[in-house]
Ligand binder design. Structure first.
Ligand SMILES: [Zn+2]
Length: 447
């Protein structure tokens, strides 16, 4: 009986498997397309300009007690903007502060209250699956602990905060299956303080966070040499999740398929489908050398996380006192921003978040059967609510992106006439509207 069923699956797979099949295109959902097109440059400029009013948003400017200057004045403004957005959600969006007192460190002068602003748009899936878009709203100048001189931070990270507010604005009126969190963190510049605290809060509360899209320095398309690259963004993803060992990863054959890296492939695929002018350049690294970002706080808690960052950074515009030296302007000023570029990158975020939260859950317990030597590949998984069918993706082991895909119908096991030794596989779920979940890498099992 079992042999018969596997033979049928084999025959079905062989029938469905033309030579030269390629990774599936993503059908465009008009609801997602309408959210994506609602993101606009004047609105993003409005958010960025709003942040610049406060002069500095340095972590240690919290005691200025000035409603027009300092990090907590900026925080209060962000919170009030989120509350206006929440009013369009029919009571599904709540806004809260995530706060704690950070003790003095070797690099900081004193204890300080870290206060982040978090808006949560509740989805209808009882599992509570959650997707988190993040940025940091604090800023710095040449001295990371200077609380008095200006630190405009128009791009680092006014761009990311503007993107998060804009995404919340266009998404709040819509209903999703997954829960969406829009976060703007404090204390990133001194050591990812705000995000480390919030990611741990989510982890300790057992919140099923399935993706973090972090945005930090993604509002300028011009390089240090004046050249421009307005249709490209870098997307960073780490190789090795916490708790994994190189030995185990070798045994899995998962050298290039950490959950974060497969999330990056998903985000690239969806965001390029909805924003076809843009190219997401995957960088298979956690972050840039000498730099870090809030996605690392999520990754440290075992959550899948990626970071958007502009293609070429200009260091004289980052972490610098605003000044002119030898005729060169230093400082993170709004004049160097490209709001049309920021619009496109924000749209990539909105498309990815909407596809995640409107789509089906990922298949569970995805396994590849390896008990006996065989010339083919057998995969199995557990069905998930909302899925109408499942899709198998595969690629050569040395290829960076999925090369082939095949919808195998509403089954939970399939045999493909392709050698498991020569390819990397994954399985995703597809719902009635054609939304795909992110793909899940199969664990090899000997049973
Ligand atoms: Zn930053």
């Amino acid at each position: 009986m079992r042999i018969h069923r596997l033979f049928v699956l084999f025959a079905l797979a062989a029938m469905l498997l033309p030579t030269g099949s390629s990774a599936a295109s993503n059908p465009i959902d008009p609801q997602i397309a309408s959210m994506v097109s609602a993101v606009n440059a004047p609105s993003l400029r409005h958010w960025d300009s709003g942040l610049l009013v406060f002069g500095t948003r340095n972590l240690f400017s919290e005691q200025l007690n000035n409603p027009r200057r300092g990090v907590f004045a900026a925080r209060d403004w962000i919170k009030s903007e989120f509350e206006k957005i929440a009013a369009t959600s029919g009571g599904r969006m709540t806004v809260a502060l995530d706060e704690y007192t950070q003790p003095k460190t070797d690099n900081t002068p004193r204890d300080v209250l870290v206060s982040s602003v978090v808006a949560t748009l509740k989805g209808d899936d009882p599992s509570g699956r959650t997707y988190v878009m993040t940025s940091h709203y604090d800023s710095r100048n040449s001295d990371g602990n200077d609380a008095t001189k200006d630190a405009p931070g128009a791009d680092d990270n006014g761009s990311g905060v503007s993107a998060v507010l804009e995404a919340a604005r266009v998404m709040a009126p819509h209903h999703f299956h997954g829960t969406l969190i829009f976060a703007t963190y404090d204390g990133e510049e001194q050591g990812l303080f705000g995000s480390a605290h919030h990611a741990k809060v989510l982890h300790d509360a057992g919140v099923p966070v399935l993706a973090n899209l972090n945005n930090d320095i993604m509002g300028s398309s011009t390089a240090h040499d004046g050249t421009s690259d307005p249709y490209e963004v870098r997307l960073f993803s780490e190789a090795i999740p916490p708790g994994e060992t190189p030995k185990h990863i070798n045994a899995l054959g998962a050298e290039n398929d950490s959950p974060s890296r497969d999330l990056a492939r998903f985000v690239k695929s969806i965001s390029e489908a909805y924003v076809p002018s843009m190219h997401a350049r995957l960088i298979f690294r956690s972050d840039r050398f000498l730099r870090g970002g809030d996605q690392q706080s999520f990754a440290a808690q075992g959550f899948e996380a990626v970071r958007f960052v502009e293609p070429h950074e200009v260091y004289r515009h980052q972490h610098q006192d605003v000044r002119i030296e030898n005729g060169i302007q230093y400082g993170d000023l709004q004049r160097y921003m490209d709001f049309d570029y920021l619009t496109r990158v924000t749209r990539m975020n909105v498309a990815s978040l909407a596809a995640l939260a409107l789509g089906p859950a990922q298949p569970q317990k995805v396994e590849m059967l390896t008990k006996v030597l065989a010339y083919d590949t057998t995969l199995r998984w557990t069905a998930v609510p909302g899925a109408r069918s499942y899709e198998v993706l595969w690629r050569a082991t040395a290829a960076p992106l999925w090369e082939h895909s095949r919808n195998v119908g509403n089954v939970t096991q399939v045999m493909l006439p392709v050698s498991k030794d020569d390819f990397v596989f994954a399985v995703n779920a597809v719902d009635a509207q054609g939304h795909h979940s992110p793909a899940v890498f199969p664990v090899p099992v000997k049973e």
